[in-house]
Design a protein around this ligand. Structure first.
Ligand SMILES: [Zn+2]
Length: 257
């Protein structure tokens, strides 16, 4: 059986810890110490990396030294031993993983879709999206253009609605407050705020999310909705219904929210 759990790191990062049949992998280990602690007596069998930012890669060297495991990630990153690119199909913990390129937050950003072929359930698709898609939000545009990021988010939102979404940060509540400002009157957003407030009050992670929840509450996936486009136009001071323009206006607004 596959289990996926978050290892908290730094202020608000999650390093995702995958276990199956006694094997263990992690995604985006920005720090080695909490990973070593979470692994217990068993070794680390592999590392997956989504993009080059230090809070996702900082633990690679120490973990490699200790466990000598393969590191799959974008080719340009120090410490990556198995470069990956869009369209690659890997096997992780005996399960198929598809690699998708999602430039925008950074140009090297990859997302990983793991299919749990033996679960027989609708919950068997797992998306590791790094800093591209967040619960009710998306990553900042450090390197890519709005058009690139919007296309990347489109690839992720086209996954089946039951796909579980494992983002790399606990940003959900702040993102939902922005979502409520970007689309007042969307009851799904108000309901999700209440749910996530209860989770956080209990110190539980708000993740994973699902693609279905994101389609209903994430303003960056709702640029086609007239009410969202209208609010973005008000903020930008110009009417625009082009989805990439709506996305760009929302992203600029969120940067200063
Ligand atoms: Zn990042």
């Amino acid at each position: 059986m596959l289990t996926i759990s978050p290892i908290p790191a730094f202020n608000d990062n999650y390093i995702w810890h995958l276990k199956r049949d006694g094997q263990q992998w992690v995604v985006d280990p920005g720090d080695a110490a909490p990973v070593v602690e979470a692994l217990g007596d068993r070794p680390l069998d592999g590392i997956l990396i989504t993009h080059h930012h230090p809070d996702h890669t900082g633990g690679i060297a120490a973990l490699r030294k200790r466990y000598d495991c393969p590191v799959y990630g974008p080719a340009s990153i120090d410490g990556v031993t198995r470069p990956m690119a869009a369209g690659d199909n890997l096997e992780v913990l005996g399960l198929p993983v598809e690699v998708i390129d999602v430039p925008g937050h950074t140009l090297d950003h990859l997302a990983l879709v793991l299919r749990e072929t033996d679960s027989g359930s609708a919950n068997g698709i797992h998306l590791f999206c790094g800093d591209t898609l967040f619960a009710a939000g998306c990553g900042r545009l450090f390197e890519g253009t709005p058009a690139q990021m919007y296309a990347s988010l489109g690839k992720l939102s086209a996954l089946p609605p039951e796909t579980r979404v494992y983002c790399a940060h606990e940003y959900t509540l702040a993102n939902l407050k922005f979502a409520a400002a970007a689309e007042p009157g969307n009851n799904a957003i108000d309901n999700r705020i209440a749910e996530v407030e209860a989770m956080r009050a209990d110190k539980r992670p708000s993740l994973p999310s699902t693609i279905g929840e994101e389609l209903a509450t994430n303003p960056f996936l709702r640029c086609h909705v007239p009410a969202v486009a209208r609010r973005a136009a008000e903020r930008a001071g110009k009417e625009n219904t082009d989805e990439v323009e709506v996305f760009a206006s929302l992203r600029r607004w969120k940067d200063n929210f």
